[in-house]
Design a protein around this ligand. Structure first.
Ligand code: ZN
Length: 175
C-alpha cells in the first residue's frame, strides 16, 4: 500500500511539471497586452512591409495587431537604425524594460536600414513577419518556416503549419 501511494505522488509530480512547462517554440515573453492586443506606435521606412506582415498575422488571429490610438498604450514602438558592423542584424525586437514603467516601457521593433535596403522586398516581408512572430511570443523553428533563425535564399512570405501551431501554443501559454 505504501508503495502504491508513493508511485501516485510521483505521477502527480510529473504531471505538474508537464502542465507548467513552456511549450515547444514558445518564448518566455511576448509583447501582447493583457487585453489580447499588440498596439504599435512609431514609424519605419519599411511601413509597406510591416503592414503586409500585420495583415498576414491578423489573418491567422484577427484584430490582435493594431495601430495605437489615443486611448490605448503602445506595446511596440517601430524604429529604424543604422548598424553596418559585420554581425549586425537585419531587424531586432527588444522586450519591455522591467526598470521603466508607463509609455516608455513599450517593446521595440527596429529595422537596420543598410541591411533592409540590401535585400529583396520578399526578404523584407519575411524579416518583418519573423520579427512579429517574436513579438507574438514565437521562438525560432528549424526548417523551412518563417520562424527559422536565418534568412533563406528564397524568402517565405506565408505562415507555415509549424509557424501557426507555435503561434497558437504561444497564445494559449501567455493568455
Ligand atoms: Zn529570430
Amino acid at each position: 500500500m505504501i508503495a502504491v501511494i508513493f508511485v501516485l505522488l510521483l505521477l502527480l509530480g510529473a504531471f505538474t511539471v508537464l502542465v507548467s512547462a513552456r511549450p515547444a517554440n514558445v518564448q518566455s515573453w511576448w509583447l501582447v497586452d493583457s487585453g489580447g492586443h499588440m498596439d504599435w506606435g512609431g514609424s519605419t521606412r519599411y511601413q509597406a512591409e510591416f503592414n503586409f506582415a500585420v495583415t498576414v498575422w491578423n489573418a491567422h488571429r484577427p484584430n490582435v495587431i493594431r495601430q495605437v490610438r489615443w486611448n490605448t498604450m503602445t506595446d511596440v514602438m517601430l524604429r529604424d537604425f543604422t548598424d553596418r558592423s559585420a554581425n549586425a542584424p537585419i531587424a531586432q525586437v527588444w522586450r519591455r524594460s522591467v526598470f521603466v514603467y508607463g509609455a516608455l516601457n513599450a517593446g521595440r521593433l527596429e529595422f537596420n536600414i543598410p541591411m533592409m535596403d540590401s535585400i529583396s522586398q520578399n526578404a523584407r516581408r519575411m524579416t518583418t513577419l519573423h520579427e512579429l512572430g517574436h513579438v507574438l511570443g514565437v521562438d525560432h523553428i528549424p526548417g523551412n518556416n518563417v520562424m527559422q533563425p536565418n534568412l533563406p535564399a528564397v524568402p517565405i512570405t506565408v505562415l507555415t503549419t509549424a509557424d501557426r501551431a507555435a503561434a497558437n501554443r504561444a497564445w494559449n501559454y501567455h493568455r
